[in-house]
Write a protein that binds this ligand. Structure first.
Ligand code: ADP
Ligand code: GLC
Length: 507
């Protein structure tokens, strides 16, 4: 395939700024695309937490002028860095007013009131950047609502721009719940005509919905598993936009995320107490001891240890876990939890810790080394998600021989195979109904298996550790998707030339 020039815009990217799995994808996918020969570049905000010295950022000469509709021009500096371990350039937009704050999106659980302008700015600045750096992309790749305005702008306000006008666009949806819906006047900041404020445009329930605009305008769409690509077309998972997604179903694809196995590999992991492999699991025992010690739990080999690392929000099933936790802890088990999120979860699980000091402990906050230690030291990893577009921890868990217990939804369903007690096939334990009863039953099933079927446990661990979800595979699929977007865009332009009119959907 022809080598492409790709501009990727996103609000997160490891190692610079991360809240969730989006950052992992944006930090790793470009590296693999670059290895395949593509010229891929990333643009994101320079949040306060992105340390210019630590990452050796260099300031580009000049100032980027970003027309923000009725707000007028806004100006930002641009700093250039590299994704570590690669030559992929990352352009950081430095705007003190928008990004010089501690949080990415919120402070004390309150979203910033100007998130609309902050991310419309990101989208527009991404479209102004190519001029400044002399880079004409073949294709623009946006992620989630934060940059979903890009496909809209490319087809409208920027349609005649010599660098980005009318270019093919890809929108990756990592989460349908967060849509970037704001007051209607945001249309005047976007600077696109009010004829786009319709049911078949950006309007949703009287508001400007950026994700909806992106879903209509992107040349092709994708999400991070085939399962979620199906689910997001249903009312249960579509958060009110399932109809739009159904309308674009022919252009929607599912590509499961990969794992960065340089980072997540128990054979070389520098964060864990002892290294181990499928051939020799003795190190895993030491990791379990170490994890029990870290969390102040009795150091026992003869008890199953459950781990969880998660944003503690409803998406992740913390509500059904709260309902089931007393029943779970009535069994002879231990449970360690790492995460932060909705304030009630900190209080609730804090109380659980006080009620079951020998069985349960939690660490509230974000801690990368500890997340590795949990992956290595636990016997089981719990992900009772209400929905999960992909999910990364179940894939890490497989590699660490820590059997995932998951609700069969989205990427969890696609990446974990259910245990079959007769054939001893499978890589984990699944439940379907999203309720505390189903969760408890499945935890009980895993506990029973742990205590009574060592043969099955060993087989399951071996099956799990042999699984691979590589970025090489995923990046090859993205390359195919880009090809599809370019062909479709070309076809649309030919259509316009021949018939002198544009098609209503996807610019
Ligand atoms: P989501 O993006 O919905 O939060 P994913 O499973 O895709 O879910 O990605 C979550 C990522 O964030 C994983 O890499 C996980 O290890 C990490 N993570 C989540 N919470 C924490 C935490 N408290 N400390 C360290 N890492 C965390
Ligand atoms: C979102 C989803 C998660 C997915 C991640 C990366 O945050 O909630 O399931 O793994 O994006 O694609």
């Amino acid at each position: 395939m022809k080598k492409l020039k790709i501009l990727m815009a996103a609000s997160e990217c490891v190692p610079f700024a991360k809240e969730g799995g989006l950052a992992d994808v944006v930090g790793v996918l470009p590296k693999h695309l670059a290895r395949m020969g593509h010229d891929v570049r990333v643009v994101m905000p320079r949040y306060k937490r992105v340390d210019r010295e630590r990452y050796g950022l260099k300031q580009l000469p000049g100032v980027l002028v970003v027309p923000m509709g009725v707000i007028g021009n806004q100006y930002c500096g641009v700093w250039e860095g590299r994704i570590p371990g690669s030559d992929v350039p990352v352009y950081f937009l430095e705007h003190e007013g928008y990004y010089g704050r501690d949080g990415l999106y919120e402070m004390n659980n309150e979203g910033y009131l100007d998130n609309d302008n902050r991310f419309v700015f990101l989208s527009k600045a991404a479209l102004e950047l190519p001029k400044m750096i002399g880079f004409e992309p073949d294709l623009l790749h946006a992620h989630d609502w934060h940059t979903a305005a890009i496909p809209v702008l490319v087809n409208t306000t920027y349609a005649a721009d010599p660098y980005v006008g009318g270019k093919a666009t890809v929108l990756s949806v990592h989460n349908m719940q967060h849509q970037g819906n704001f007051y209607e006047g945001l249309m005047d900041v976007l600077g696109i005509g009010w004829e786009h404020f319709t049911f078949l445009g950006l309007e949703k329930d009287g508001e400007t919905n950026l994700l909806k605009g992106g879903l209509y305008h992107a040349t092709v769409l994708n999400t991070v598993s085939k399962g979620y690509a199906r689910e997001m077309q249903t009312p249960e998972y579509g958060w009110g936009l399932d109809g739009v997604v159904r309308e674009r179903a022919a252009d929607l694809f599912g590509i499961l995320n990969g794992v960065d196995y340089d980072d997540w590999n128990p054979e070389v992991d520098p964060y864990i107490a002892a290294r181990y492999s499928a051939a020799d699991l003795s190190g895993k025992k030491l990791c379990k001891r170490d994890l029990q010690r870290t969390f102040g739990l009795p150091e026992r080999d003869d008890v199953p240890l459950f781990g969880m690392v998660s944003r503690l929000v409803k998406q992740k099933g913390v509500d059904i876990l709260a309902e089931a936790i007393h029943r779970i802890l009535a069994l002879d088990v231990q449970f360690v939890m790492l995460g932060a999120g909705e304030p009630w979860t900190h209080f609730f699980f804090g109380d659980i810790k006080n009620a079951y000091p020998d069985k349960f402990n939690l660490y509230v906050g974000y801690n990368n080394p500890l997340s590795h230690q949990i992956e290595a030291g636990a016997d089981f990893f719990l992900m009772p998600s209400a929905f999960e577009p992909c999910g990364l921890n179940q894939m890490y868990s497989l590699r660490y021989g820590t059997l995932p217990i998951v609700r069969a939804t989205g990427g969890l369903d696609d990446s974990v195979e259910n245990f079959d007690g007769k054939t001893l096939s499978g890589t984990g334990f699944k439940f379907w109904s999203h309720d505390a009863g189903a969760l408890f039953d499945t935890v009980g099933w895993a506990v029973y298996t742990w205590y009574n079927r060592r043969d099955a446990m060993e087989k399951l661990i071996a099956n799990a550790m042999a699984k691979r979800f590589t970025w090489e595979d995923a990046a090859a699929k993205y390359e195919e998707l880009y090809g599809r977007a370019l062909r479709k865009r070309l076809g649309e332009k030919t259509f316009v030339r021949r018939y002198g009119k544009d098609k209503p959907v996807s610019g």
